[in-house]
Write a protein that binds this ligand. Structure first.
Ligand SMILES: [Zn+2]
Length: 368
């Protein structure tokens, strides 16, 4: 499971890294592994997602403190302070064996599955059960909604729980819309008795689930459609994809709450998008036609002669769409004059000549 990796390791920073160090490490890595820079490279895409998820946690001081204390368990409890307190109390208690390990590890939870090794008889108290609930449903910062379902082998149908997952998507996807794979854990019916609680065809209590009808949590993969214009905090509901109901109860729903990853090159201001577009000194001076990439493909931009760095050229209607229609924002190319990177005597001569051409103090009149 990707989420088992240490978040600091993912961002390649020491645990003592300052927020600024985190931010600059994130920017560097996000730029390197951005899908736009690595088209079709799934490994880079995975790394990119991992980097975003790690940064989302570590850039939030509260989440970071919980992560430092509890490691991966903090992700599972969805950074809920109440759950964290319950976790601490439960850890202090001597009742449980196995189960949740120390900071950074989940002793009782092997990768890819929830092989709980608890002794239910000894783990008394609601703290433990609430932790169990959360572990069962939470994944990658997700948290469970709704109330805890009743436990034990009563004969009534039990509804599956609604799950809520945070989903960080690249800006390109928010603009264009498209498919995105999500992976999460949800409670499923006991595979032995199918959620009935009895050994199939008998009235004996199912030995696998001890009559509860619940199976182990299972990792689900779903390809979901992200609508164009998905915003920070937009909710997408996937009916019936939450926890499975038991004893004939209906399954819960899955809610995806979208977050938009910071783009290494494109800034957003409302529905407008801004891209710094490098141009040469010659293009700035003489003007010309240059290629401008956008999320809608490449466009030809006409640069007016004697353009300065910072000049904004607008591509109307190529910004962020609105979720429910109603037009798009604009896309701006912000010109940035770049100098040649290689040096040569001829270039030095040309630049000196250029310098002489200003004929004035370029900072004249700027006083703060
Ligand atoms: Zn069973």
């Amino acid at each position: 499971m990707a989420n088992e990796r240490d978040l600091y390791e993912i961002l390649e920073v020491p645990r003592t890294a300052s927020q600024d160090e985190l931010k600059s490490a994130f920017r560097k890595l996000a730029r390197k592994f951005h899908p736009d820079v690595n088209p079709g490279n799934r490994q880079a895409e995975e790394r990119f997602k991992e980097i975003n998820a790690a940064f989302e946690v570590l850039s939030d001081p509260k989440k970071r403190a919980l992560y430092d204390e509890m490691g991966a368990d903090a992700l599972r409890i969805g950074f809920d302070p109440k759950q964290a307190e319950a976790y601490r109390q439960w850890k202090r208690g001597s009742g449980a064996r196995g189960g949740v390990g120390g900071v950074g590890g989940m002793g009782g939870v092997p990768p890819g599955g929830f092989g709980f090794d608890f002794d239910f008889g000894q783990s008394s108290g609601s703290d433990f059960s609430s932790i169990f609930e959360t572990l069962f449903g939470g994944f990658g910062g997700g948290s469970r909604k709704g109330s805890a379902r009743p436990r034990g082998a009563s004969g009534n149908p039990v509804e599956g729980e609604d799950l809520s997952l945070d989903l960080t998507i690249p800006l390109s996807l928010a603009v264009r819309g498209g498919e995105h794979e999500v992976r999460f854990e949800r409670a499923i019916r006991c595979p032995q008795c199918g959620g009935g609680g009895n050994q199939p065809g008998t009235r004996r209590t199912c030995a696998t689930c001890r009559g509860s009808g619940e199976g182990p949590a299972s990792i689900q993969r779903l390809t979901v459609k992200i609508p164009a214009g998905a915003e920070e905090g937009s909710k997408i509901r996937l009916a019936g994809q939450g926890g499975e109901g038991i004893r004939g109860g209906p399954s819960g729903d899955l809610y995806l709450v979208t977050h938009i990853a910071e783009h290494p090159r494109v800034r957003r201001d409302g529905r407008d998008l801004y891209l710094d577009l490098p141009i040469t000194v010659g293009e700035a001076h003489f003007g010309g036609e240059v290629r401008c990439p956008t999320f809608d493909g490449n466009f030809t931009l006409t640069i007016p002669p004697r353009s300065q760095s910072g000049r904004k050229l607008r591509l109307r209607g190529l910004g962020m769409p609105q979720l429910r229609g109603g037009g798009r924002g604009d896309f701006y190319a912000v010109l940035q004059i770049v100098l040649p990177e290689r040096d040569s005597p001829a270039l030095e001569q040309a630049i000196r000549a250029l310098g002489d051409a200003y004929g004035r103090d370029v900072r004249a009149g700027i006083n703060l």
